[in-house]
Every structure is written in structure tokens, then in C-alpha cells.
Design a binder for this molecule. Structure first.
Ligand SMILES: Cc1cc2nc3c(=O)[nH]c(=O)nc-3n(C[C@H](O)[C@H](O)[C@H](O)COP(=O)(O)OP(=O)(O)OC[C@H]3O[C@@H](n4cnc5c(N)ncnc54)[C@H](O)[C@@H]3O)c2cc1C
Length: 336
């Protein structure tokens, strides 16, 4: 285990905000995980598990505790009769996993291309994009349970996945450290019809390659056109969650002229639409820019503190509520 002291959270997170963390513990093998929790316990320090920091925001006062990061890498393949299982160590960059699968012509996660972050974080909020979610292919995860101090395997059924949710960020938040994840993928291609923005891109560009590699190339292009690259622009991706509606709520929303998307995952309104309609797209509030092309993404252009972000958020959420009657829910987690 590598022990680092007084590291700025802004340097560990893609939104680039946040003061110093007292300790940052980097674990390189499963046995280190128990040691990391033991280390924090001897000072009575709280712990926070961090990955790449692409969905996490730091506070100005930092964190008087221990941040634990999974640095274990590796992708291990097991061939089954009609499918392939990939056991991926949690410190592996997520997009390297997608690239590996696509190169092996394995379908199931190609639409999740280019989502920044580490594999260990992927099940936490059940990452999803363009009609796929990790819940579709995840079989189980190996974890360290910081309550019982034991290593366990949690099956997909135990994780209670839904839109941007699992037990890992709700009922059992901060309890489990994800050591590895296991996915089950199949050789072949996604079957049409595709998610509407993929479908639109295919039609406009007259494309015919729907293999995992082909879909990965399409998704990468669509994302590059509208989402900021965290290496160039500080952001946490979608800052707000989309709004999911019951059939009755969807009908009411449609009668008011709001665009409801009826997909296989339910009825939803893209929160970015409300933010755009409220006049925020492309605007800068307290150093936070509302992304012009995908307005639910906030970019930290020159915010000096968490407080600036908090003021920008309050303005957006307040105006959307006043105008449309929906409360926007924040997607990124905060280190407190
Ligand atoms: C430009 C951009 C685009 C994005 N696009 C998408 C998208 O299309 N779809 C989508 O779903 N998300 C998207 N995101 C959000 C983000 O990429 C995902 O949530 C990703 O899974 C975060 O991974 P991370 O390693 O950075 O997690 P972190 O931000 O470090 O952590 C996120 C949460 O997971 C927990 N965690 C991390 N690692 C572990 C572990 N090993 N064990 C237990 N808990 C852990 C943390 O405690 C925290 O609660 C985007 C973000 C950015 C910046």
C-alpha cells in the first residue's frame, strides 16, 4: 500500500475542486485493502473510496480522513459455452475494458465507450449511455466489506441496480470496496434498432458496420462532438440526472409540450432540455460554464471554490423548478 499525505482533492478529481485530503492510500493487492481500512481506523478517520474522480466533487475544506484508491489492474478472460466472462480488476481504466471487449468482438458494453473512470466505480452508479448499462452484463463483484472486515462476492441480484443506482451508492453507501468486477459478454453485434442518437448518426453517415468496434467508433464520435474531454476541460460529466416518469406523469409532461423519450428503460426527459429552455446553455455562472451542446454537463472554467459551484447549481436548479416544476437531482457524489 502506498501512503500519501495532504494531497489536494482537486488534483484527484476531474471537476478540479477541493482542498487537501489528510491521507490518500493506494492499494495494489487485495490484502492491502484490509490494511488501508485498519490504517484509517487507528486515527479514527473516516474513509472515502475514490476511482478516477470523474463523478466526485471535493469541498474547499478538504477531507480529514483517508481516501482509498484501487490501483489493481488486469483483465482475465474465461470462455464459457456461449459467452465470455471478463474478470476486471477495479483499478483498470473503464475504457480500456471496453476497448479490449470490442477488439475481441464481444458485444454488451460497446455503447459505454469513452466513459471516464475506473472499472471499480462502474457498478456504483450503474454507468449507462446510449441504451446500455453495466447492469445488463455484470455478473458479480468481489468486494471488501468494511463493516465485517471480510472479502465477499456480491451477485448482480444483490446490487439492486436501477437508473444511476445500486446498493453501493444508496443503502450500503461507503460500505464496500470494489476489488474486481465480472462481466459476461457474447461474441457478435448489437441488434438494431439502436438508441436514437446512434440511429441518427448511422443514417446521416450511411454506416453499415454495427460490430462492437463499429459501434464504439460511432459512440466515440458522438461523445467527442458534445462532451468535454476531462483532460482538457474540468467537468464531472452530467451534473444532473435525467428525469424518469411514470406513464401518467409522462402523459402530463407531454401535454405541456415537454419532450418525453419512451425507451426500454422507461419514460424520461433529458434534464438538459429544461436547462436549455431556462436559457442557461453556454452561459457562465460563477466560473461554471453550462455546456452548450449537452446542457446537463457543467464545466469548471474558472470557479475558485466549491462555493462557486454551489451558487451556480442553486441558480440552475431554482430556475428550472420555477419554470417547469421539476427538481433536478445532482449526479456526482461529494467527499464530505
Ligand atoms: C466527461 C464525462 C462524461 C461522463 N459520461 C458518463 C456517461 O455517459 N454515463 C455515466 O454513467 N457516467 C458518466 N460520467 C460519470 C463517470 O464517468 C462515471 O460515474 C464513472 O463510473 C466514474 O468513475 P470514477 O473511477 O471516476 O469514479 P469516482 O468519481 O472516483 O467515484 C464515483 C463513486 O464510486 C465510488 N467508487 C469508486 N471506486 C470504487 C471502488 N473501487 N469501490 C467502491 N466504490 C468506489 C466512489 O466512492 C464514488 O461514490 C461521465 C463523467 C465525465 C467527466
Amino acid at each position: 500500500m502506498r501512503v500519501n499525505e495532504n494531497i489536494l482533492i482537486s488534483s484527484l478529481t476531474t471537476m478540479r475542486l477541493g482542498g487537501p485530503a489528510r491521507y490518500v492510500l493506494e492499494v495494489e493487492k487485495p490484502e492491502d485493502v484490509a490494511d488501508a481500512y485498519g490504517f484509517a481506523r487507528q486515527f479514527n478517520y473516516p474513509t472515502f473510496v475514490l476511482g478516477f474522480g470523474a463523478n466526485t466533487i471535493g469541498h474547499d475544506e478538504g477531507f480529514k480522513g483517508a481516501i482509498i484508491i484501487n490501483r489493481m489492474r488486469g483483465i482475465f478472460e474465461e470462455k464459457l459455452e456461449n459467452s465470455v466472462r471478463l474478470k476486471v480488476m477495479g483499478g483498470e481504466p473503464w475504457d480500456a475494458v471496453v476497448e479490449y471487449a470490442c477488439n475481441r468482438n464481444l458485444t454488451g458494453i460497446e455503447a459505454l465507450s469513452k466513459i471516464p473512470g475506473l472499472a471499480g466505480a462502474a457498478p456504483v452508479q450503474n454507468i449507462g449511455a446510449y441504451g446500455q448499462e453495466i447492469a445488463d452484463t455484470l455478473v458479480e463483484i468481489d468486494v471488501f466489506d468494511s463493516v465485517s472486515d471480510t472479502f465477499k462476492t456480491l451477485k448482480k441480484e444483490d446490487l439492486n441496480f436501477s437508473y444511476r443506482k445500486s446498493i453501493l451508492n444508496t443503502t450500503e453507501k461507503n460500505r464496500y470496496f470494489v476489488i474486481s468486477i465480472t462481466l459476461e459478454l457474447k461474441e457478435g453485434s448489437m441488434a438494431p434498432p439502436f438508441y436514437n442518437s446512434i440511429e441518427k448518426y448511422i443514417t446521416e453517415n450511411n454506416l453499415t458496420d454495427f460490430s462492437p468496434k463499429g459501434i464504439r467508433a460511432i459512440v466515440s464520435k458522438i461523445r467527442a462532438e458534445k462532451l468535454p474531454d476531462p483532460k482538457e476541460k474540468a467537468s464531472a460529466g452530467s451534473f444532473f440526472k435525467n428525469i424518469y416518469l411514470s406513464d401518467e406523469e409522462a402523459e402530463r409532461a407531454e401535454s405541456k409540450g415537454y419532450p418525453v423519450y419512451r425507451g426500454k428503460d422507461g419514460n424520461k426527459i433529458n434534464s438538459g432540455w429544461f436547462i436549455e429552455q431556462a436559457g442557461f446553455a453556454g452561459k457562465v455562472l460563477y466560473g461554471i460554464r453550462v455546456n452548450e451542446k449537452a446542457a446537463l454537463v457543467l464545466i469548471n472554467e474558472s470557479a475558485k471554490s466549491y462555493n462557486d459551484l454551489s451558487k451556480a447549481r442553486a441558480e440552475i436548479v431554482g430556475k428550472v423548478y420555477d419554470k417547469f416544476g421539476y427538481w433536478l437531482e445532482q449526479e456526482p457524489v461529494e467527499i464530505i
